[in-house]
Ligand binder design. Structure first.
Ligand code: ATP
Ligand code: MG
Length: 649
């Protein structure tokens, strides 16, 4: 059997759940045994227990036309009703749904009753603007309550939202409006970021300036207070219109496979894909994973997921999962460093946040700044930490657990994608012995395998991650492009979903993500993963963050080239970058083996990242090989590439 990716980074630390945590755990071992005994029956039970169905389903999965799955197909439900009204009807109307914290320090809280009332009005407003079931609405807003309200109002009508991250340009917005043929755009005058108002309405005007788009109306939330241009007849102030509509709205049921949203992937590897998700299966898995992975006790927890609603994490774990479960959560508009570098920790202290879900990129930034910042706030309310978006380096995991979590609370590393809709691989915090840096185990009811290049199943070692059975929250396609859907995910291994990520199975059968298959390096015939070498670099006390790429090399085929960011506390040590590079090269050789020793180590201040914070290694490969830099449209900060290039050449 041919093994696909060589692996050798050894991580032997283990953390057992504390008896107190285990005793109150929401998840129980029976989830695994039930799912194993009858996978479809298990999901049917979850769908019935977690959601309200206006018309119960009789069929769980229809996989007669793969890769087009139908889940709970003959059932009917309303997604927004499930996230709102039913909690009010169950007597929980006074429970806080959202604590909103604006960047300038303003705050607002909405109970479930209040949020339901706002969504009803917004649904009436959209109806008045001609939005009907199946129509598309683009949402281009900052992280303010109206973003959540808009998404739910669209869902309530059976319309389809396409949320476009507020940091995207007019061009990106227009491309997404055109792709989905959106009828209405919901935006704001501007939002707060790094102490300033950034304009949004402006970008919408530019996007629509040719007057040729599908958009009839632009609804504008007043947030930034900045000057805006106005197109009479097209543009409407949200606050004016919402005051004029009826307060009552009855949610109608829609079939389980009714489309819910289109969302574009982050664009880490290339042009973003418009991923389509539908209603019943998506909501079932979002709610199930949110409840069990985050050990949610809705009556006492305060949950905070730091993702923007422009990303899938914001869809599934700010809007749909938490609200379907009746959770109380925090949403924050701004950046972590405004007005000071402890802003997040201040927010956790203020709202007594118990569950925090964030990304490795944020954790590594805090590591770089130093532990004294979080340590000057009380983080004692925290009882569970989560990570998503990239492999979390074991050292970053340990730092997260110790510095943010006080050394004793569980950290769950959750692997999933825009395409999977919800978490697929993660520990369950009251049950699993945790391994820093590993996503570990498939969620109950999810079937994951690691294959070699020829499609043979591996029992141990590194290969390609596939999902070999359909799952409730799976994408139903790429918007308007069924061929690309088949080609991208299903053609490589007939009938199995190819995720595009490398993974290793350890001797216990636990899963370690190794990074993107496209980024795997081939050094003297050895296939090396980015994640392990980066983790080794981050494990050195000098380093906060690292990215490695394979660059063409005359003798070895490819050679490892590393880009590292040092911790602030060590910046003054960079008197001699060559010396540090030599130190780090030796460190990797010693930890992983000579084969992984970087040919070069460049010390940089920033790494190129997507707007959702993921490292874009393909751009670093361009630098390392001395090529023209490729497509940077999804890059958060284009200036970064110039700075890095000038350092290297
Ligand atoms: P594109 O597909 O356009 O290149 P993207 O893959 O970055 O963009 P997302 O759907 O936001 O878009 O990200 C999913 C990817 O993020 C996964 O395929 C994986 O590479 C990475 N990822 C997410 N969570 C984890 C995790 N816990 N461990 C390792 N990798 C993760
Ligand atoms: Mg992807």
């Amino acid at each position: 059997m041919s093994v696909q990716i060589d692996t050798s980074l050894e991580e032997i630390r283990r953390f057992r759940p504390s008896p107190e945590f285990a005793a109150q755990s929401v998840a129980t071992e029976s989830l695994y045994t039930d799912a194993k005994a009858d996978r479809l029956g298990f999901w049917a039970t979850q769908a019935r227990e977690l959601l309200h169905w206006n018309k119960p389903f009789t069929q769980t999965l229809d996989w007669s036309n793969p890769p087009f799955a139908k889940w709970f197909d003959d059932g009917e439900l309303n997604v927004a009703y499930n996230c709102l009204d039913r909690h009010v009807e169950a007597g929980n109307g006074d429970r806080i749904a959202l604590h909103f914290e604006g960047e300038p320090g303003d705050s607002r809280s909405y109970s479930y009753a209040e949020l339901t009332a706002e969504v009803k009005k917004a649904a009436n407003l959209l109806t008045a603007l001609g939005v009907r079931s199946g129509d598309r609405v683009a949402i281009y807003l900052p992280m303010i309550p109206e973003a959540v309200i808009s998404m739910l109002a669209v869902a309530r009508l059976g319309a389809v939202h396409s949320v476009v991250f507020g940091g995207f340009s007019a061009d990106s917005l227009r491309a997404r409006i055109d792709d989905a043929e959106a009828k209405v755009v919901i935006t704001a005058d501007g939002g707060w970021r790094k102490g300033k108002v950034f304009p949004l309405k402006n970008a919408v005007d530019t996007a629509l300036e040719d007057g040729q788009s599908s958009v009839n109306h632009v609804l504008v939330v007043k947030r930034g207070g900045n000057e805006v241009q106005w197109t009479e007849g097209r543009d409407l102030w949200w606050h004016d219109e919402i005051a004029a509509v009826d307060a009552d709205h009855v949610a109608k049921p829609f079939p389980a496979e009714h489309p819910l949203f289109v969302l574009y992937t982050s664009g880490t590897t290339g042009k973003p894909k418009g991923i389509l998700h539908t209603s019943g299966g998506y909501l079932t898995q979002a709610a199930f994973t949110h409840k069990n992975v985050f050990d949610l006790h809705p009556e006492r927890d305060v949950y905070w997921c730091t993702a923007d609603i422009g990303w899938i994490t914001g869809h599934s774990y700010v809007v749909y999962g938490p609200l379907a479960n009746g959770a109380t959560q925090v949403i924050y508009e701004g950046t972590p460093d405004t007005p000071h570098q402890g802003r997040w920790w201040e927010i956790i202290d203020k709202y007594k946040v118990t569950i925090l879900y964030t990304a490795p990129t944020a954790i590594r930034t805090f590591m770089k700044l130093g532990r004294q910042i979080p340590q000057s706030f009380s983080l004692r309310s925290l009882r569970l930490l989560g990570s998503v978006g990239e492999p979390i380096n074991p050292e970053a995991w340990i730092w997260y657990r110790h510095v943010i979590g006080g050394g004793s609370i569980p950290v769950v590393d959750t692997w999933w994608q825009t395409e999977t809709g919800a978490i697929m691989i993660s520990a369950l915090p009251g049950l699993t012995d945790l391994k820093p840096g590993a996503a570990q185990v498939a969620i109950p009811g999810i079937e994951i395998e690691v294959l070699d290049d020829d499609g043979n199943k591996l029992e141990e070692g590194g290969g390609l991650l596939v999902i070999n059975e359909p799952w409730p929250a799976m994408l139903r396609g790429i918007w308007g492009d069924p061929e690309r859907f088949k080609e991208t995910y299903w053609d490589k291994f007939q009938g199995k979903y190819f995720a595009g990520d490398g993974a290793r199975l350890d001797e216990d059968g636990d899963i370690w993500l190794l990074g993107r298959v496209d980024d795997v390096m081939n050094v003297s015939g050895h296939r090396l993963s980015t994640a392990e070498i980066e983790s080794s670099l981050v494990a050195h006390p000098l380093t906060a963050e690292a990215a490695v790429v394979g660059a063409a090399d005359e003798t070895t085929g490819q050679a490892v080239v590393a880009f590292v960011i040092l911790k602030n506390s060590h910046e003054h040590d960079i008197a001699d970058p060559d010396e540090i590079a030599a130190l780090l090269r030796a460190h990797v050789a010693q930890q992983i083996g000579a084969i992984a020793r970087p040919r070069e180590v460049f010390i940089v201040n920033e790494l190129p990242k997507t707007r959702s914070g993921k490292i874009m290694r393909r751009l670093l490969r361009d630098v390392a090989e001395g090529r023209e830099i490729g497509d940077t449209t999804t890059l958060a900060d284009t200036a970064v590439m110039q700075i890095i290039t000038s350092k290297v050449r």
